[in-house]
Design a protein around this ligand. Structure first.
Ligand SMILES: Cc1cc2nc3c(=O)[nH]c(=O)nc-3n(C[C@H](O)[C@H](O)[C@H](O)COP(=O)(O)O)c2cc1C
Ligand SMILES: [Mn+2]
Length: 479
């Protein structure tokens, strides 16, 4: 099934799949919604469409991504591995030999060509156009998530910028603290592409923010792509259908034509505001820090626009599922440069950059160390604090198995690697902000080539006995 084409098609799909509940009683976007959503996510509950959010005419959608099943529905697949496979086919394209391979190659090339966003003249996102003083963020049911939050925050935006040097687009998910009817803070962190675009610009830089997208395009804003890759192109590839874009009404940036709400405006060099505190996915409040101010020049909407939001906090929260999608979808890209990686897991409890468990096909001494350093040198994975490396036959998603090998295969005096490197801006544990220690745990089997005694064989039953017991199982009467 093709992925939904816009937020409304997505809501209809969720409803038909019994994955959405409409809440008709009035709720308060100030804290109350968070508590409802937090309980719902943690009990594997449905997406919630709040039709009456206090103080706003707009419906509020939360928890659209909050389960593995909904992520699969969003991508139109039965398992996210399917998405990874499609990406892998393209990344691993070989010069075709023979007609069948050539035809397949052409199909793959076409899937790339068709991914390019398509410009259209009119978009539903501009059915209502508010400019200048008409712009009012107070119209939207923006959540105040946690009691210590500085203000309401827009938490599920696709922030669109262009690199002034190359005109390359970037789309990132960066929270926006509401400062007034026409201003927000712009929380692009140190390592993010939106910030890099801003640093490369002078004076004012135009920004557009799209809210209420089809789920794959919304997801793509959170995807850690290399800077030169346009997230809307990536979304087009993942959807199998180009993202349609329409020119903004007050900025020279294109925005998704089917967005529910678009905020247009600019950020300006030399103007910073204290952003935060905000209770974030680390499970802690992030302290106030200076970030640019986003000035709105226009706000456009669909009629009866639906405002989308997400609640982050102590894991597991809804963003865990966005993170797991990234973990699965990016495996082929990681393997393109580190092919010995068989699989990996980013534990939800590790808020994604605290820990990575990596299973490798080990081929030579110190190979696990090579892979640790590769992870610490790979895009946003470089922020990972703890890397655990296990052998290929260990399932990195099975934490009990991983714990077994960390205990059994590790001599702490020999198998721990202490290093350092860049740290996530929101990490509160590092002594210095942005710089911190790294721990590598080599839980692979070692051998004399790595300075150990002879490594013993692992216990395993022989296949004949296993087959015998399979055959006779019913006879034993054990059940
Ligand atoms: C719900 C959610 C909120 C996020 N908020 C922020 C944020 O406020 N600031 C930030 O720098 N990254 C935030 N991220 C992570 C970025 O979206 C992610 O790192 C993405 O790769 C950024 O895009 P870029 O690689 O083009 O910079 C958030 C992710 C999610 C899922
Ligand atoms: Mn990017």
């Amino acid at each position: 099934m093709a992925p939904p084409s816009d937020l409304r098609a997505w809501i209809a799909l969720l409803e038909s799949e019994n994955e959405l509940v409409r809440v008709t009683t009035e709720v308060d976007p100030h804290l109350e919604v968070t508590e409802i959503v937090d309980r719902t996510v943690k009990s594997a509950g449905p997406a919630l469409l709040f039709e009456r959010a206090r103080g706003s005419e707009h419906a509020l959608l939360v928890n659209q991504f909050g389960s593995e099943r909904r992520m699969c529905l969003a991508f139109g697949v039965s398992s996210l591995e399917e998405v990874a496979e499609r990406l892998s086919e393209v990344l691993e394209m070989q010069p075709p030999a023979g007609l069948v391979a050539k035809l397949r190659g052409l199909r793959q090339l076409k899937s790339i060509a068709d991914s390019q966003p398509r410009s259209v003249r009119k978009g539903a996102c501009q059915e209502i156009v508010l400019r200048g003083d008409e712009v009012d963020l107070g119209l939207l049911p923006v959540l105040t998530c946690w009691p210590g939050d500085a203000a309401p925050f827009i938490t599920l935006p696709a922030v669109i910028t262009r690199d002034p040097r190359t005109a390359q687009r970037n789309v990132g998910m960066y929270r926006l603290q509401v400062l007034g009817p026409r201003t927000t803070a712009m929380h692009w962190q140190l390592h993010k592409d939106g910030r890099a675009d801003f640093l490369a610009s002078e004076g004012r830089m135009e920004v557009a923010v799209a809210l209420g997208l089809d789920p794959v395009t919304a997801y793509s804003a959170s995807a850690p792509l290399p800077k030169h890759i346009d997230e809307f192109m990536f979304a087009g590839f993942l959807r199998g259908e180009a993202v349609e874009l329409v020119e903004g009404v007050s900025v020279a940036l294109e925005v998704p034509a089917s967005a529910e709400i678009v905020l247009e405006g600019y950020v300006e060099h030399g103007e910073l505001v204290d952003e935060g505190p905000f209770g974030d996915h680390t499970g802690f409040y992030t302290p106030p820090e200076p970030f640019p101010v986003f000035h709105l020049t226009a706000m456009t909407m669909r009629r009866d626009a639906i405002y989308p939001s997400i609640v982050v906090g102590k894991p597991p929260a809804e963003d865990a599922y966005l993170g797991k999608a990234t973990e699965r979808i990016f495996l082929p890209a990681i393997r393109a440069t580190v092919p010995e990686i068989v699989d990996y897991d980013l534990p939800v409890a590790g808020a994604f950059h605290n820990c990575a468990i990596v299973a490798i096909r080990k081929a030579y001494p110190a190979h696990a160390r090579k892979v640790m350093h590769a992870i610490w040198g790979l895009g946003l994975l470089s922020l990972t604090k703890i890397v655990v490396v296990v052998d290929a036959h260990v399932d990195p998603h099975d934490y009990a198995q991983v714990a077994f090998y960390v205990g059994a295969n590790v001599d702490p005096a020999r198998d721990l690697v202490l290093s350092d490197g860049p740290a996530d801006q929101l990490d509160h544990a590092t002594t210095l902000q942005f710089v911190g220690g790294k721990l590598g745990i080599d839980a692979t089997a070692k051998g004399p080539a790595e300075g150990t005694r002879a490594w013993p064989a692992e216990i395993e039953m022989d296949p004949d006995t296993r087959a015998l017991v399979d055959r006779r199982w019913a006879e034993y009467g054990i059940r």
